[in-house]
Design a binder for this molecule. Structure first.
Ligand code: THU
Length: 163
């Protein structure tokens, strides 16, 4: 039997390099952009681009529930990657009025697919910083690790890279 393993690291936010603390702080600030009147669960996601730019997004819910967009896909939707403009890392966190604890939040399955597509598009790894509101962080250095046996462009004969 084959076994799937992948590396990840636990941190406290203040142990991260300054650039990554800034990224985690941006994700926390982005929770204020959330429109989450149904779940009351405000998610913020921020990406660090290869030129040092930080971009942010937040979950946007809808009375027709499946229409809602997660924070990770909200931020990724505004990015066009190229040879010299790539996503280096994404940080995600949340705030909630409910007592939900301090555990880092992980991207949902649909967002894992989207992050991985972006990684394949730019052909370089995206690190994922999963953050809790009290400072706990789990870091995974490659989006591939979070979605083993993924479906992707390799499976679609009609795929042609877009330039
Ligand atoms: N949500 C995100 O924005 N990102 C995730 O990775 C997990 C879930 C949002 C979707 C919904 O608006 C709320 O959190 C509760 O599920």
């Amino acid at each position: 039997m084959d076994v799937y393993n992948f590396p990840y690291q636990h941190y406290l936010k203040n142990e991260l390099p300054e650039e990554m603390q800034k990224l985690a702080d941006a994700a926390t600030a982005a929770t204020e952009l959330a429109y989450a009147p149904y779940s009351k669960f405000k998610v913020g996601a921020s990406v660090l681009m290869s030129d040092g730019t930080i971009l942010s997004g937040a979950n946007q819910e809808n009375a027709s529930y499946p229409i809602g967009v997660c924070a990770e896909r909200a931020v990724l939707a505004g990015i066009h990657v190229s040879e010299d403009y790539k996503v280096k890392a994404i940080a995600v966190t949340f705030t909630s009025d409910a007592p939900v604890g301090d555990n880092p939040i992980a991207p949902c399955g649909m967002c894992r697919q989207s992050i991985l597509e972006m990684q394949h598009r730019q052909d370089s790894p995206i690190a994922i910083y999963m953050c809790g509101p009290g400072g706990k962080v789990i870091m995974i250095e490659d989006a591939e690790f979070l979605l083993p046996f993924s479906f992707g462009s390799k499976d679609l004969p009609s795929f042609k890279p877009q330039v």
